[in-house]
Design a protein around this ligand. Structure first.
Ligand code: AVI
Length: 340
């Protein structure tokens, strides 16, 4: 029997062909439902909706659109830095490495890394880890474009995927976590996440993370308040999702997108603001929600970092920094670390 199946009885394995296979958790692993989470996060004084709920099909498409907006500098800046890695990353890796990606989504930026790997290696192994089945679509596309690629997709949460990877085999992993998604964690959860990554890694493994940097408030605020209103649409879409999936009656005209940079805590804070006193029924959560005019529902934090904070973050969670790459304007960073 395959070693991976023996070690991962919680997963079902789907072999598509000799180049592509997936692992998906059995239904028993499924956590609290959407209805339960919404019921507990809105039934309190400081109301919130966790950002993972942004990403239904429409939300994921809106996010892809955000990434191309003139105001949203992180994506294009990270891509420019990734292009520089072409000449510099090869000195850190060799034939023994596979590429693992957390939150791979459409795998667009991944291609820049795969270009490096597939040129250096006879056969390249890529393990995308994503909760969304978009992984299946993007994997098939990648296999059409790279002859010497083998993909093992893990359709699961980051934590589940990391647990899967732990002790998988002796091969070295380069784990990728791009887009500054790390900034969406609270500082406490972020530390727990890095410790989890660290405990998953073998000595010799590498972790490459994209982090957005502290900068002028105006640049930050316009990145999260774009002129075309796509970020507003992305934020409001979570209410449409609740309407559709939890049988609720949010009237989107009664809410506005509100996003502001909190300088002291170095984070963009995103909210949905109630424009009137209103009551909303969320049937499947068994909730009658009363909102006052100007009341805020928190939907996202996006933390920004200084280079010193990045150093401290990694040294305090058991890593050593191998290299940090920056763009010319020092807007964004890519940091390569290994286990200390
Ligand atoms: C996914 N994440 C890194 C984005 C960010 O910038 O924090 C999500 C986003 N929210 C509004 N615009 C983009």
């Amino acid at each position: 029997m395959n070693k991976a199946i023996q070690k991962h009885p919680d997963y079902k394995k789907y072999v598509i062909d000799s180049k592509l296979q997936y692992f998906k958790p059995h239904a028993s692993k499924i956590e609290k439902t959407f209805a339960e989470e919404i019921s507990s996060s809105l039934n309190r004084e400081s109301k919130f909706i966790v950002p993972k709920f942004f990403y239904d099909k429409k939300g994921s498409d809106l996010f892809e659109k955000i990434c191309t907006l003139p105001e949203y500098y992180p994506t294009r800046t990270e891509i420019a830095i990734l292009k520089k890695l072409k000449t510099e990353l090869p000195s850190f890796i060799d034939d023994s490495f596979r590429l693992v990606e957390l939150g791979s989504g459409a795998s667009v930026k991944t291609r820049l890394l795969l270009d490096i790997f597939t040129q250096m290696q006879q056969t390249t192994e890529y393990f995308p880890i994503d909760i969304s089945e978009i992984l299946a679509e993007s994997s098939e596309q990648l296999l059409q474009d790279y002859d010497n690629l083998r993909i093992t997709g893990i359709i699961d949460t980051y934590e589940g995927g990391l647990e899967f990877l732990k002790n998988y085999d002796d091969k070295n992993n380069l784990i990728l976590f791009l887009g500054s998604s790390f900034g969406n964690f609270s500082p406490t959860d972020g530390k727990i996440f890095l410790e989890k990554i660290n405990s998953t890694m073998k000595s010799g493994d590498l972790f490459l993370i994209g982090l957005d940097l502290v900068k002028d408030s105006q640049i930050l605020e316009s990145a999260y308040n774009d002129k075309q209103g796509i970020t507003a649409e992305f934020n409001l879409n979570v209410l449409s999702r609740i309407n559709d999936e939890l049988d609720a009656d949010f009237n989107l005209d009664n809410f506005s997108h509100y996003s502001i940079y909190n300088k002291e805590d170095q984070r963009i804070e995103m909210y949905l603001k109630s424009l009137v006193n209103q009551s909303v029924v969320i049937s499947k959560s068994g909730l009658l929600l009363n909102l006052e005019k100007n009341e805020l529902i928190h939907t996202e934090h996006s933390h920004k970092f200084t280079l010193d904070q990045i150093k401290t973050l990694f040294t305090s969670t058991g890593f050593k920094i191998n290299h940090t790459w920056l763009d010319e304007k020092t807007n964004f960073s890519l940091t390569l670390v290994s286990k200390n």
